[in-house]
Design a protein around this ligand. Sequence first.
Ligand code: GTP
Length: 323
Amino acid sequence: MSTSAILLVGGMGTRLLPLTLKTPKPMLQVAGVPFTEHQIRKAADAGIAEIVLATSYKSELFEPYFGNGERFGIKIKYAVEKSALGTGGGIRNAANLLADCDQVVIFNGDVLSGHNLAGQLEFHKKNQADITLYLTQVEDARAYGCVELLENKQVKSFLEKMENPISNLINAGCYIFNRQIIDQIPQDKVVSVERETFPNLLATNAKVFGYLDNSYWLDIGTPAALVKASADLITGVIHSSATPNHAGDNLISPSAKIGSGCVISNGSVIETEVVVESNCQISGSIIGSGAKIGSNCKIIDSIIAPGAQIQAGMVVLTNYLGF
Ligand code: GTP
């Protein structure tokens, strides 16, 4: 049984504005690399040989960094939607580039998770499912796609974002589709996999299963979540092959210049060519390439854009400056 993958990276990332004005969400730096690199490595680690990036917003920015994928041990192809086709339309469009395969793992481009992908694939095969959704449990399910499961782990209902959630099990953004099921999604049309494809498939009695895995899960779609994801990767709360051997307190580029008396902690990342003058305190933050931080600054749980200049003595608390 051969497995390929599609990575959905075409969204506008409106919740992350203004960080996404020039850079699409999946290309924002998280723990020193574009976020997408963590997911590509996860797919490669699970033995997947090929991944198609379903791009739309700022599509031209992906290929120069990822190339043909050789560097990451996986073949990478690029599908481009001239105008965004939504999650379902994006999957259908990207599937045209897939080599022959039996099933396709589909990743939302904004989820950092420690879930057991090999386990999900095993579960999918064992149940001879048409689709297997990775699910996680949350306290407040209102902002997510909510799933009700039967005793045998088959999905009974799927309801996107609702005021009174039917359960606390949510769609965690990684699906396995049997290859031929994708062909049921209309071609060249805007389709939402969450609002149309899943409910339609359930209505036609397709075998949709839910794979519950409560390990680390984070939707990086807001600035606060993005900076938390980065710090969690650096401090080793969650592992990624894109940032190997990282269980330190910070990640400082060798080309950065750090003045005397600075304390850089709680998973902060100091990217290339950054200058931090003396006696700064930087905690849980990302300082983008080439930024200059004046002396005696305090920067906590914040993101400073590449090239930004922060004046001496500034206090920056959960803020996102210079984008
Ligand atoms: P927000 O606008 O902040 O909600 O972010 P978003 O645009 O990324 O939307 P959302 O978080 O709902 O998207 C979930 C995943 O699907 C993300 O990885 C998006 O990149 C991706 N996505 C959303 N819309 C499209 C689309 O039209 N085409 C493709 N290829 N991917 C999409």
